[in-house]
Design a protein around this ligand. Structure first.
Ligand SMILES: [Zn+2]
Length: 292
């Protein structure tokens, strides 16, 4: 019964029409992105890998409306949230000497931010390039049709795959910042409409649900593999790492933004504050830095 209940939760969470790439693929992209970093940024991310992975699931947790009444999914995917989160870190973690504290609770907050950013950027990269590639090759008539199959399908066909190796990378549940920080950030994010007014209980519920889904996904995927082997074009599986918008390309995209965020947080001499803006509509949104 417990297993059935847990699996039904996972099904509910994974079956929503919302995943641009699946839970496991987000962790895979963050994993590859960490490998591509260097210096102090690499040291920081490697030391808080589980928090980065948990952050990599965060934006989609905001779609858990049925089970947790979460309504922050769209907000958590876009640049106003990233800009607000970056400002919050600077405001909350700046020490009296001016440097940003990178340890303890502030370290958690920063690592989770890098994960959340990875998620949002990976969605943009995957949708605008990998899914478009599938339509160009005639596998699906529209990007939406490709998304309906491949988002979940590629996760199912990758989560237990020894080549991906991501079945080793289920993060510790507690590797997260305190929920009140996330609530403060979400509720301060400009939404263009009424404020979110999210409560701690909602973010707690939805992030717990996401952790549960990630934990159970390898089991659930075994049941779904036969179905998706028929639906997902073999080209997508064979080229998921190397194709435009695939794992490696998306990881490169993420690293470029991570390095700029790290510069913003470490503030070397000559540093120029910037913020992010987005333009265009799905599936070809572009995200860029703009000078303040
Ligand atoms: Zn997403």
């Amino acid at each position: 019964m417990l297993r059935l209940t847990a699996l039904s939760l996972v099904l509910n969470l994974l079956a929503g029409p919302i995943y641009s790439c699946g839970i496991a693929l987000h962790a895979w992209i963050s994993k590859e992105a960490i490998k591509k970093t260097s210096g102090s940024l690499k040291g920081f991310l490697e030391g808080r890998r589980d928090t980065v992975y948990n952050g990599s699931y965060f934006p989609d947790s905001g779609y858990a409306i049925d089970l947790c009444e979460a309504t922050y999914g769209e907000t958590a995917h876009w640049t106003p949230f990233m800009n607000t989160y970056l400002d919050y870190i600077k405001k909350t973690c700046r020490q009296s000497g001016g440097d940003i504290l990178m340890t303890g609770e502030c370290g958690d907050l920063i690592a989770y931010f890098f994960g959340s950013v990875s998620h949002a950027l990976a969605d943009v990269s995957f949708d605008s390039k990998f899914l478009v590639e599938l339509t160009k090759r005639g596998y699906f008539p529209t990007v939406g049709d490709a998304q309906n199959v491949v988002d979940q399908g590629l996760d199912v066909l990758s989560v237990n795959d020894p080549v991906a190796g991501i079945f080793y990378d289920v993060p510790e549940y507690d590797a997260k910042p305190h929920m009140h920080h996330l609530v403060n950030i979400l509720n301060s994010t400009p939404t263009g409409g009424s404020n979110l007014n999210v409560g701690v209980d909602i973010v707690q519920c939805s992030t717990e649900l996401m952790s549960l889904a990630r934990m159970l996904e390898p089991v659930w995927a075994h049941f779904k593999e036969p179905e998706y082997l028929l639906l997902v074009p073999p080209w997508a599986v064979q080229n998921r790492f190397t194709a435009p918008g695939g794992i490696d390309d998306s990881a490169n995209y993420v690293v470029g933004f991570w390095e700029e965020f790290w510069t913003q947080l470490t503030e070397p001499s000559g540093y120029q504050p910037k913020k992010l803006s987005e333009s265009g509509g799905w599936p070809t949104v572009t995200i860029q830095w703009v000078s303040l």
